[in-house]
Design a protein around this ligand. Structure first.
Ligand SMILES: *[C@@H]1O[C@H](CO)[C@@H](O)[C@H](O)[C@H]1NC(C)=O
Ligand SMILES: *[C@@H]1O[C@H](CO)[C@@H](O)[C@H](O)[C@H]1NC(C)=O
Ligand SMILES: *[C@@H]1O[C@H](CO)[C@@H](O)[C@H](O)[C@H]1NC(C)=O
Ligand SMILES: *[C@@H]1O[C@H](CO)[C@@H](O)[C@H](O)[C@H]1NC(C)=O
Ligand SMILES: *[C@@H]1O[C@H](CO)[C@@H](O)[C@H](O)[C@H]1NC(C)=O
Ligand SMILES: *[C@@H]1O[C@H](CO)[C@@H](O)[C@H](O)[C@H]1NC(C)=O
Ligand SMILES: *[C@@H]1O[C@H](CO)[C@@H](O)[C@H](O)[C@H]1NC(C)=O
Ligand SMILES: *[C@@H]1O[C@H](CO)[C@@H](O)[C@H](O)[C@H]1NC(C)=O
Length: 645
């Protein structure tokens, strides 16, 4: 019995893996204590003496002390479940049935059995605690109910429950629904591997409580019934059944843990709220209307709009409309739309648009027509030198660097406080001083891959302004421009035995791609110490897939339906929304700003950036995390349990 290990769990916070360790240790302990106890009960002549009722009560009190210990450990474990009012089995039985039709009843049955078995356990505690208030008939009645072969006994229910849980098709079906594609982890905020673990822990909790109930029932019989000494076989059988279930559960967990997903990301949260659930690159690319005469270096109208595909300098001359518009640093991809148009200008840069909508003479509307809060401006083609038509072109404007643009991405690496043994446990996109930062959550790493919950915090982003002279564009932050607006969608994994301690963006100078970089460090699983002497191991992704094309897309938040397409291993260019749908006023994709963290913080084996969206909408760029892969560290526990048989 590794009681030292057990003590360890009382003084620290418990992660889902430590729960397993603690539970399996507890199982071994309960088995040992119980078998000793039963031996004593048989050997002690005083106990079997019908007159020594005090002795009987003493024996029952000893049982009570087992339940106190069981409850204490289970209480510790369940404290790590953030949802205090339910447990994972009840939540799964409520939320998974919608998706698992063929196993709907099974999860519900498991949950029902759990409720019954918990009630039995509670009743059992009451009987042994207040045993002096009950006569032997009542106690023996209860003991029969618990241990009989009837369908409602604890013995039968726990047997049936385990047959369901370790059933191959059941567990495979559950796992299928823990796959990221099915979004079940949205309810749990845990990766598939974590959910599987938590679920199995809860089952083992039932197993332990049931065993204690059954054992107590036999003790009551041994003490109070006429046929003393005849229950030893039954107790040995119960103990063997308990150990077999523990082993079956352990081997099931071991088998399926390797296939369970480590991924954790946030699901779509509607209604969308700027700054809360999403962010956007603002005032970067806008559709703009400019007359040909202003685009032409010679001030001539003799070319078509599409001759102007990339203009750095234009001249407003005497064109009133042109002077009214804020200057662009680059005018791109002009096209002819119509000879006349009515423009509803926006109320200023805070709207993140130049125009609300543009209504063409032919009736077509660019953007969505609505009551115009500003003065509608009519623009018409005019003639110059009789035959040249000076028409207004619809182009794209790269706004360049203005005080109101929000097109900067932080490139200064962020690292958890490794001197305090902190590691990264979560990620979130935030905006600070017009710069988009990938913020990290950090937590103190403890032995056995645990995180000290009290230490978990989001690290404030570095507080700088891009106007500060010692912060350099291209080094400390990246400013998106028409030429440099690509972002790689990659996952980056730490090497085995390493955990993530930092993230940052770097600019790939050859491709002009922004790329995620991750710093990782080795650590000692037993002590939880990061290996301080070593420098961070920087993981990077040099592979680059094809471009994720976002052509003619609408504003992502206009979609009534949640994203259904998830993209990784490609790169995406920030681009303008469709001219037709949105007058090209919005920069897409948006960024998902929800924090990505586990309900029970764990160290990470990797992080990633991906795109989620629907066809015809710009979608969102979102971070995701990969929880630490505990599989290898559980191996010694599994083998230890096997040798303990
Ligand atoms: C058992 O009972 C006898 C007589 O009632 C007493 O002398 C003895 O001390 C008891 N033994 C224990 C272990 O309590
Ligand atoms: C035991 O207690 C129950 C309920 O308190 C009572 O109905 C029953 O008659 C009692 N039996 C004996 C043998 O005292
Ligand atoms: C007990 O359960 C078994 C299997 O579920 C069933 O066949 C049997 O009819 C049940 N017995 C009673 C008395 O409900
Ligand atoms: C031992 O337990 C198993 C499983 O519950 C049961 O089928 C069997 O009848 C039990 N044997 C004895 C001798 O109680
Ligand atoms: C449970 O383990 C026992 C041996 O301990 C084995 O005979 C049995 O097949 C296992 N059952 C399942 C469902 O894995
Ligand atoms: C976790 O580690 C185990 C053992 O190295 C491996 O078999 C498994 O594929 C890993 N899981 C994932 C999701 O990478
Ligand atoms: C501008 O005019 C000059 C001389 O007339 C001509 O050589 C040049 O090609 C013109 N440039 C453009 C862009 O039309
Ligand atoms: C981890 O630390 C323990 C205690 O200091 C030490 O015994 C063990 O060798 C270390 N493990 C590794 C892999 O360094």
């Amino acid at each position: 019995m590794q009681s030292s290990l057990l003590c360890f769990f009382f003084i620290t916070f418990i992660s889902f893996v430590s729960c397993s360790i603690a539970l399996f240790e507890l199982s071994v302990k309960v088995t040992n204590v119980i078998s000793e106890n039963f031996a004593n009960a048989n050997e002690s002549p005083n106990v079997t003496d019908p007159d020594s009722s005090n002795q009987k009560l003493l024996l029952l009190l000893e049982l009570d002390s087992i339940t106190v210990e069981v409850d204490e450990i289970i209480g510790q474990i369940q404290r790590s479940d953030k949802d205090k009012n339910s447990n994972i089995i009840s939540r799964m039985s409520q939320n998974l049935p919608l998706m698992i039709n063929d196993h709907k009843s099974t999860l519900k049955d498991i949950h029902m059995s759990q409720i019954y078995l918990n009630d039995y356990y509670k009743a059992m505690k009451k009987y042994i605690r207040d045993a002096d208030e009950y006569n032997s008939t009542v106690l023996l009645d209860f003991a029969d109910k618990v241990s009989s072969a009837s369908n409602n006994s604890v013995s039968s229910m726990v047997k049936l429950l385990f047959e369901k849980v370790v059933d191959k098709s059941f567990i495979e079906n559950v796992l299928k629904h823990l796959d990221p594609i099915n979004n079940y982890y949205c309810h749990e905020k845990q990766s598939g591997a974590e959910i599987l673990h938590t679920f199995m822990n809860e089952i083992q909790t039932i197993n332990i409580k049931s065993y204690v109930s059954i054992y107590t029932a036999y003790m009551i019989k041994e003490i109070y019934s006429e046929t003393k000494g005849s229950f030893k076989k039954a107790v040995v059988n119960a103990s063997e059944n308990f150990q077999m279930r523990t082993n079956n559960l352990t081997s099931t967990l071991k088998t399926y843990l390797t296939t369970a997903s480590l991924e954790l990301r946030r699901c779509d949260l509607q209604p969308y709220e700027y700054g809360e659930t999403y962010l956007e690159i603002r005032n970067f690319l806008h559709g703009i209307i400019i007359n040909k005469v202003n685009l032409d270096p010679n001030g001539s109208c003799n070319k078509e709009c599409n001759a102007y595909s990339y203009i750095k300098h234009y001249n407003c001359g005497s064109n009133e409309w042109c002077w009214k518009e804020a200057m662009c640093s680059k005018v791109i991809g002009c096209q002819y739309v119509d000879s006349s148009m009515e423009v509803c200008p926006s109320k200023g840069y805070k709207t993140n648009r130049r125009y609300e909508y543009v209504k063409l003479g032919n009736g077509r509307v660019l953007g969505k027509e609505k009551p115009c809060d500003t003065d509608i401006t009519s623009l018409e083609t005019y003639r110059s030198w009789v035959f040249w038509k000076c028409s207004y072109c619809f182009c794209l404007c790269d706004e360049g660097r203005k005080f109101y643009t929000q097109n900067h991405i932080n490139m200064r690496p962020v690292e958890s406080n490794i001197h305090r043994n902190m590691v990264v446990t979560g990620l979130q996109f935030i905006e600070h001083n017009h710069v988009i930062h990938l913020q990290i959550q950090e937590g103190k790493l403890l032995p056995n891959g645990q995180i000290d919950l009290k230490s978990v915090q989001w690290l404030a982003p570095e507080d700088y302004q891009i106007t500060q002279r010692n912060y350099v564009d291209g080094k400390d932050y990246h400013t998106l421009s028409w030429e440099k607006r690509s972002l790689q969608l990659v996952d980056i994994m730490a090497k085995e035995g390493n955990v993530v301690t930092g993230v940052g963006f770097v600019l790939d100078k050859f491709r002009n791609h922004l790329r995620l970089q991750v710093s990782t460090r080795p650590f000692n699983f037993t002590t939880g110490e990061l290996t301080k002497t070593s420098k961070a191991v920087v993981e990077d992704s040099y592979e680059v897939g094809p471009q994720l094309k976002l052509d003619a897309v609408d504003i992502p938040t206009s979609s009534k339906l949640p994203p259904n397409q998830f993209t990784t291993n490609k790169f995406v260019k920030f681009t303008n929304s469709d001219f037709q749908k949105d007058a090209g006023q919005t920069t897409v994709p948006f960024l998902d700003a929800q924090p990505v963290e586990s309900a029970n913080p764990v160290p990470l084996s990797g992080v990633g950036i991906f795109h989620k969206g629907r066809p015809e909408f710009g979608g969102f760029i979102a971070p995701r995390i990969f929880t630490y892969n505990f599989t290898n560290h559980l191996e010694p526990i599994f083998s230890q349990l096997k040798t303990n048989d």
